[in-house]
Design a protein around this ligand. Structure first.
Ligand SMILES: Cc1cc2nc3c(=O)[nH]c(=O)nc-3n(C[C@H](O)[C@H](O)[C@H](O)COP(=O)(O)O)c2cc1C
Length: 760
């Protein structure tokens, strides 16, 4: 396989992401992974490995917690919930539904409980790992209540099994995760809840709904507070809430190094992985990496990778997932706070304490190091949630000062919001803040957080998803990313620290900047140590590893150091080429099947990404067979500095205009005049053209337009304002009330003619 994980250079990616681990899965587990993508199996195909009730009973568990998670939050909540509820009579097992049969649900007894922790993805969609379960429970997506009865497996120990109410006798609890800026708020959890009740199951407590746009941690805490007593009562537990001492989940074993080290990483040949996906990303060589707006005050990047030989395919409008690594400065800060600098590169294995836990190894590799674990596998930069301070940090306070500070941050919501959330205090910064508060305490009294607690507290480092900014037709094997590099100053006064001040950096975009800088040859000094086969640093490593200090560039941007993976071959100046661990995620954001259909695209800032792919595609189609009117509304700060891809877009539009003369780019540069102008203002200014495009040649709309509208970018303000501007414009032109026009826009959404790819 060319460019695959079997090659020596790319083995690093296989090692990091557990190519070996895949090989260690049982045949049945591998089959489960494949089958989860396949159509729903019939009840007759029994497979004991996918029978979670059998698994629970074998492991002596009475609660199963299923998580539906796309970007890791629900998975993290599920794991934390398991820790919070465990007691001698409440014995939870956390499982990924993708690996188990929904048909076994009816087998849960009246002394057992299922808990669902379900995030909503897409436009009110289930997460990928709940897709099969959701399709079975709600076969009719339009009106779930009309869905057919799923065929559950009849449990042998339920003589009174009733086909018409197959989940009678089954109890469950439900917490949904969503974001109220999406029209279909918490749709996934709501539908599953509704279907479970309709099928005869009984819910313990109320359904909880977390809102990621407000304070999802607090929503989860409130739901737990209200629901855990009911759960304990249902299971006959006499342990009062919060009084069961949480058992450690992970144990760390320091092991013998097996092979050579590369800055804390093992370098091993891996068995080839044949299918690349989110669990097994492809190590894709970077073929282009540049800054799009060098004159602007922020860094905006274009990064293109090569999928050749991976078998990965994409369509215009899909997303690409990238696994970043944490900056060396952040890793170093945490190692220092945990007192681990001296042992940072010690080989360790991190195994489950519970021999029956579904996940036996915390990381996707058997052996790693403290440094590599924090670099590759754990989110270490986010603020520590209040509940985590209470259960995982405060119990280790020994000085009065630490007890006071941690107690306050754990119990006082406002103090937590001001100090930890406002200061974006990561675990390292929180520990350092405690150490500062207990400066007067004796050394033996100072907070020492065990690394096991840190491993438990930090969620798994997630891949970041980007809207692909190239056209699958124009560049089938080389998708590109367009991203603005994130940095900001934390607002709380106590946020500053010696290393980075109050500056906080987005993980993945700064990692991409590291790659761009390395390939461009920005690094001023040569590396202090020769490169070993396996990784390079984006910046020169500090002479003293205990004092990694970032520097600022001409834009005031803090430059962090990243461990980057080389790709085979070398870049033109003799530097090693780089690769990024990537996978493709399908989206529903699609151009109309008929190229003659007019389209209106609204993509300000990096919301331009998927639109760039669409524009490239329409230009090709214009040449081949003609296209309908194509409008692009693009917005940015200034025309001089922020008009990314300008030349290329104008060339494409020149081609499109030959087939559809009305087509054009309409720009809104917010800072080029005293008053702010945004894309929604331009939509209204150009209402004639927009309305004509929506009409699709008809005299009057009279209902939802046949044209397709695409919006990409900020969900919170821009996407809402654009939908409103469109409704205003339609209402005026059609002579109908604005709420009638808004309903037409909603109807267009249902017909997939108004599509959003938005984030908040
Ligand atoms: C691409 C995307 C689409 C989303 N769509 C919805 C939605 O339709 N409705 C909703 O309530 N929340 C939606 N959300 C918000 C997520 O449900 C919320 O952020 C949740 O905490 C994510 O959990 P996870 O990290 O486990 O996937 C969406 C989030 C993303 C990133």
């Amino acid at each position: 396989m060319s460019g695959g994980l079997g090659t020596k250079d790319q083995g690093v990616c296989g090692t990091l992401f557990g190519g070996k681990r895949m090989a260690e899965l049982t045949i049945a587990q591998k089959a489960a992974l494949v089958q989860a993508k396949a159509p729903v199996a019939s009840a007759s195909e029994y497979n004991a490995d996918k029978d979670f009730v059998f698994k629970m009973r074998k492991a002596g568990k009475n609660v199963v917690i299923f998580y539906g998670s796309q970007t890791g939050t629900a998975e993290d909540f599920a794991t934390r919930l398991a820790r919070d509820i465990q007691s001698p009579s409440v014995r939870p097992l956390v499982l990924d539904p993708e690996l188990y049969d929904w048909q076994c649900l009816a087998g849960l007894g009246d002394d057992e409980l299922a808990i669902f922790v379900l995030a909503t993805a897409g436009e009110g969609e289930p997460t990928d790992n709940m897709e099969a379960w959701f399709n079975a429970l709600a076969s009719d997506r339009e009106s779930p209540e009309d869905s057919e009865l799923p065929e559950f497996r009849q449990p042998e120990d339920k003589a009174d099994f009733d086909d018409s109410a197959p989940l009678q006798g089954v109890s469950y609890a439900m917490f949904g995760l969503g974001n109220n800026t999406y029209e279909q708020f918490n749709h996934h959890a709501r539908v599953v809840d509704q279907r479970m009740l309709a099928l005869g199951a009984a819910r313990v407590g109320e359904r909880g709904e977390g809102d990621d746009d407000a304070d999802i941690e607090e929503d989860f805490a409130k739901w737990k507070e209200a629901t855990l007593p009911a759960i304990r009562k249902y299971l006959g537990s006499s342990t009062p809430v919060g009084e069961a001492a949480p058992e450690a989940t992970w144990k760390i074993v320091e092991v013998e190094a097996k092979k050579a080290w590369i800055r804390g990483e093992f370098y091993e040949e891996d068995e080839a992985v044949s299918t690349f996906d989110a669990r097994h990303p492809f190590s894709a060589p970077v073929t282009s990496a540049l800054e799009l707006t060098p004159g602007a005050d922020r860094h905006t990047l274009h990064v293109e990778v090569d999928l050749a030989g991976s078998g990965l395919r994409y369509e215009s409008g899909d997303h690409i997932g990238v696994y970043p690594t944490n900056a060396e400065e952040e890793v170093d800060l945490l190692l220092g706070a945990l007192g681990l600098r001296g042992r940072a590169d010690t080989p360790i294995a991190v195994r489950a304490v519970d021999p029956f836990a579904a996940q036996q190894s915390l990381f996707p590799v058997d052996t790693t190091t403290y440094r590599a674990a924090f670099r590759h596998y754990l989110e270490i930069t986010g603020p520590v949630p209040r509940a985590q301070i209470k259960t995982l940090v405060a119990p280790y306070a020994r000085s009065a000062a630490a007890r006071e500070l941690l107690g306050r941050l754990a119990d006082d919501k406002d103090a937590h919001a001001a100090v930890v959330a406002g200061g974006c205090l990561s675990l390292a910064r929180l520990i350092n803040a405690v150490h500062a508060a207990e400066a007067a305490a004796a050394e033996a009294e100072r907070l020492r957080l065990p690394v096991e607690a840190a491993f438990e507290l930090c969620p798994r480092l997630q891949a970041r998803l980007y809207s692909i900014s190239s056209s699958a037709r124009a560049s089938p094997e080389r998708p590109s990313i367009t991203a603005v590099v994130l940095q900001y100053d934390a607002r709380a006064p106590a946020a500053a620290d010696a290393a980075m001040g109050a500056r906080r950096c987005g993980v993945a975009t700064n990692y991409l900047l590291g790659a761009v800088r390395y390939l461009r040859g920005d690094r001023a000094e040569p590396l202090a140590q020769p490169l070993r086969a396996g990784c390079v640093l984006s910046e020169a490593p500090a002479a003293d590893a205990s004092a990694v200090q970032p520097v600022r560039d001409g834009k005031g941007h803090m430059l962090q150091s990243f461990t980057l993976q080389p790709a085979p071959g070398s870049a033109c100046d003799g530097r090693r080429a780089l690769s990024l661990p990537v996978f493709i995620r399908r989206s529903l954001f699609r151009l109309p099947a008929d190229a003659a259909t007019p389209i209106i695209m609204v993509g300000p800032g990096t919301g331009l990404a998927p639109m760039r792919g669409f524009v490239q595609e329409r230009a090709l189609l214009a040449r081949e067979r003609g296209v309908g009117t194509t409008l692009l509304f693009f917005g940015a700060r200034t025309e001089a500095n922020d008009f990314m891809y300008r030349g290329e877009l104008e060339e494409c539009f020149a081609e499109i205009q030959k087939a559809a003369p009305q087509s054009r780019i309409i720009t809104a540069f917010s800072r080029d005049q005293p008053q702010k102008i945004y894309v929604q203002h331009r939509l209204l200014e150009h209402s004639d053209l927009v309305y004509q495009t929506l009409l699709c040649g008809q005299q009057k709309l009279g209902g939802p337009s046949r044209a397709h509208v695409y919006v990409c970018g900020d969900a919170k303000c821009m996407a809402k304002d654009v939908a409103k501007a469109l409704a205003t414009l339609i209402a005026e032109r059609e002579g109908v009330a604005e709420d009638v026009a808004a309903k037409w826009v909603s109807e267009m959404r249902k017909l997939s003619r108004y599509q959003e790819d938005v984030w908040s």
